[in-house]
Design a protein around this ligand. Structure first.
Ligand SMILES: Cc1cc2nc3c(=O)[nH]c(=O)nc-3n(C[C@H](O)[C@H](O)[C@H](O)COP(=O)(O)OP(=O)(O)OC[C@H]3O[C@@H](n4cnc5c(N)ncnc54)[C@H](O)[C@@H]3O)c2cc1C
Length: 402
């Protein structure tokens, strides 16, 4: 028996989840508020509300999931492997180094521009006969009873009325669906924005990713396709961005990068346009209520310091689909509240581990107290010298240990 679910929100998570569901022969209606771009130039991936100027470090687990979906071939063209990670703190002696070859893995993950990730996902979604994609529709009402969940969505002048046994809300951090169901969320707004851009350096990246903790904030420099292109994600104190965002301040921004990084990457020669993202941690109090499941940022939005947010969402989506596949095989109700709650329980350990880790890195490295600085350095030295720590951390970062 063919069953259908509704996904609200066709961002990176909603699109990926839709592709996972149709692999198990579950049909999908996907509702997205913002019109998708037309891809008329094969070399360009225009931005969308979810896939914008950011780049994502995909963990090995996320790559495996895209391989299962037969999508990795198309994504790989736009991705670059991370073969080594160096972690340092400005003005300190400690240094931690993780090398893929030493950990006996092909790579720690792959970096991809979100715009390309989105383009590849959307192109595939449009080819799937089991997915009905409706963009330019804003979901404005979500209710449920014992039998169905009901949605109303505004498309221009017209009102769309839909119902389904299961609604998956992947509508982002400020999730309308979460609020419509009265699900509370704990919200913490960091006093930070992430500056995001792409730069060119005079030295090739050799597939090395850097994380450098500085008094301005933790600066991540990741390799991108093209030997000299690197992705910058720099969470800084709110207000710092006002000096860096405008085009006439390109040189000022390049100088700040140079000061913070030294010459490890050679000279910072060119910078793309800078974008800023306010940072917060928003955690839903429940993720499964009746016939509705929250997914992606709607369930948990976390600080990007360790590049874990999307990877965590991919693991959630993959596990949910496993539960739904079993229901589908028995022709059972996909929106069975008990099954959805079991799914939620099964994900809590992994989610809490990642959430705590990211939050404690942000808090731990933002304090400039000299004693704490010494402790951090000792930690970095221990990380680099004590046997057994590296494989453990590498496995967590790659999303292979939940
Ligand atoms: C600076 C930065 C860098 C990051 N880097 C990494 C990284 O390297 N690795 C990693 O794993 N993660 C990273 N993340 C996290 C990652 O970007 C998020 O986890 C991911 O974007 C979540 O996607 P989503 O689809 O859940 O939400 P969103 O991207 O917010 O998408 C939600 C979608 O729902 C739509 N929508 C909203 N409301 C409605 C409505 N009422 N009706 C219909 N549609 C609606 C929106 O238009 C949007 O398209 C980073 C985050 C930031 C801020």
């Amino acid at each position: 028996m063919q069953q259908e679910v509704i996904i609200v929100g066709g961002g990176m998570v909603g699109l990926s989840l839709a592709l996972m569901l149709v692999k198990t022969n579950i049909a999908v209606k996907l509702l997205e508020a913002v019109k998708y771009p037309d891809y008329d130039d094969e070399n360009l991936a225009p931005y969308h509300s979810s896939f914008d100027a950011r780049n994502s470090a995909l963990s090995r687990r996320s790559v495996q999931i895209y391989q299962e979906l037969d999508l990795w071939g198309a994504l790989q063209e736009h991705a670059t492997p991370i073969l080594e990670v160096n972690i340092t703190e400005q003005g300190s002696f400690g240094k931690a180094r993780l090398v893929a070859e030493q950990e006996k893995v092909e790579s720690f993950g792959q970096v991809i521009e979100n715009a390309w990730l989105g383009r590849v996902l959307l192109t595939q979604v449009k080819k799937e006969p089991l997915i009905e994609l409706i963009d330019g529709v804003q979901v404005t009402s979500l209710t449920q009873d014992a039998d169905f969940a009901y949605i109303q969505a505004q498309r221009g002048e017209s009102l769309l009325k839909l119902q389904s046994k299961l609604v998956i809300a992947a509508d982002g951090r400020d999730s309308f669906c979460r609020k419509a169901l009265g699900i509370g969320a704990s919200e913490h707004y960091y006093d930070q924005v992430a500056i995001v851009t792409t730069v060119q350096t005079s030295k090739p990246h050799h597939h090395v990713g850097f994380e450098r903790f500085s008094h301005l904030g933790p600066l991540a420099l990741l390799p991108l396709p093209g030997e000299y292109r690197r992705s910058v994600v720099w969470p800084v104190k709110k207000g710092t961005e006002s000096e860096w965002l405008s085009e006439e301040n390109d040189q000022h921004f390049l100088d700040a990068l140079q000061d913070t990084y030294g010459d490890r990457a050679g000279k910072f020669q060119k910078t793309g346009r800078r974008f800023s993202f306010p940072l917060s941690q928003v955690l839903a109090e429940k993720q499964a209520v009746g016939r509705v499941v929250l997914m992606g940022n709607a369930a948990h939005t976390i600080h990007p310091v360790a590049g874990q947010g999307f990877n965590l969402c991919m693991r959630d989506a993959h596990v949910l689909v496993r539960y739904l596949k079993e229901q589908q095989a028995q022709a059972a109700d996909l929106g069975d509240a008990v099954v959805l709650q079991d799914y939620e329980k099964s994900r809590l350990n992994d989610q809490q581990r990642v959430i705590k880790f990211c939050d404690s890195v942000v808090r731990g490295f933002s304090n400039q107290n000299p004693f704490l600085k010494l402790m951090r350095n000792t930690g970095l030295v221990a990380f680099d010298t004590v046997p057994g720590i590296k494989p453990l951390v590498a496995n967590y970062a790659m999303g292979l240990k939940a």
